[in-house]
Design a protein around this ligand. Structure first.
Ligand code: ATP
Ligand code: MG
Length: 276
């Protein structure tokens, strides 16, 4: 469990995060949205001790980020994946990159070899061991970044806009990896501006001016955002999700498939009418 207790944080004079209480349970997929500069990345970096709060405490499985030895242990169980994979990759070859993190946590050579195979297969980069990281595409680099974290064996994955630099194909590949991580029981906290990626999450948090304004099931949270003149300015809700929100509002969510078929039928009829 990741627990933030009355956490405040500032980089300088200005308070960036203000008195945040938050709990991320094991196995959850928690999405984070909010305007630029609202404090999302800062919040995520506090969750594995990349940043230490000025006031309050962050605990991961009972260990505190502000205690140095515990901070080190926390980094092993809570891995951070940066928005730009270039900031994460340290090796010249794929294998070296994977080994770097594993050496840091003192894994034996045989175990490293086993894990290299396993994690590359997991992210769909099998056979890439000797490839130079410079020869990888953006999407492949992002998947290598995930593999390098995975090799250390964390329970928690913290993703900061992992798809924002990926083309649609690479994004799909990454989302497959994300799905597999979820299926293998990992806890995921992910910042994204793309709601399609977060609609399946257990909880959606809306961060605004350093506070958690909403923390709810995604469709419920988005309904609140839609009905709020201020918040909706910062969130782009795709039509497919607006449709789900409306169905939920009118108690028709169980009829979704049926209604979608009707809509398809209406489109066909419209097309036919236009043809003749
Ligand atoms: N290293 C830093 N030093 C000083 N101020 C910083 C630093 N990093 C972030 N800030 C400031 O803290 C505030 C929150 O930044 P943060 O990166 O957490 O926002 P964000 O919600 O992730 O934004 P975005 O959607 O643009 O990624 C911003 O005002 C930003 O300018
Ligand atoms: Mg950010």
């Amino acid at each position: 469990m990741i627990v933030l207790k009355a956490v405040s944080f500032s980089y300088g004079k200005e308070m960036i995060l203000k008195d945040i209480d938050l709990r991320i349970n094991e196995g959850e997929f928690v999405g984070i949205i909010g305007p630029n500069g609202s404090g999302k990345t800062t919040l995520l970096k506090l969750m594995n001790g990349l940043l230490i709060p000025n006031a309050g405490e962050v605990e991961v499985d009972g260990m505190k980020t502000n205690i140095q030895e515990q901070n080190w242990e926390i980094k092993k169980i809570a891995g951070y994946v940066f928005q730009n994979p270039e900031n994460q990759i340290v090796g010249i070859t794929v294998e070296e990159d994977l080994v770097f993190g594993m050496e840091n946590v003192g894994l034996p050579v045989d175990e490293m070899k086993r894990r290299i195979k396993e994690v590359l297969q997991f992210v769909g980069l099998e056979g890439f061991e000797k490839r130079s990281v410079n020869s990888l595409s953006g999407g492949q680099k992002q998947r290598l970044a995930v593999a390098s974290i995975l090799a250390i064996g964390p329970k928690y994955f913290l993703f900061d806009e992992p798809t924002s630099m990926l083309d649609p194909n690479s994004r799909k590949d990454f989302l497959q990896v994300l799905k597999k991580l979820r299926e293998s029981g990992k806890t995921i906290v992910m910042i994204s501006h793309d709601l399609e990626e977060l609609i399946e999450c257990n909880r959606l948090l809306f961060i605004y001016d350093g506070r958690v304004l909403l923390d709810d099931k995604p469709v419920k949270a988005l309904k609140d955002i839609l009905e709020n003149g201020e918040m909706i300015k910062y969130v782009d809700i795709p039509d497919s999700i607006r449709f789900q929100i409306l169905l939920e509002k009118y108690g028709l969510i169980d009829k979704k498939d049926y209604l979608l078929k009707k809509i398809e039928l209406i489109k066909v009829v419209k097309d036919l009418v236009n043809t003749f």
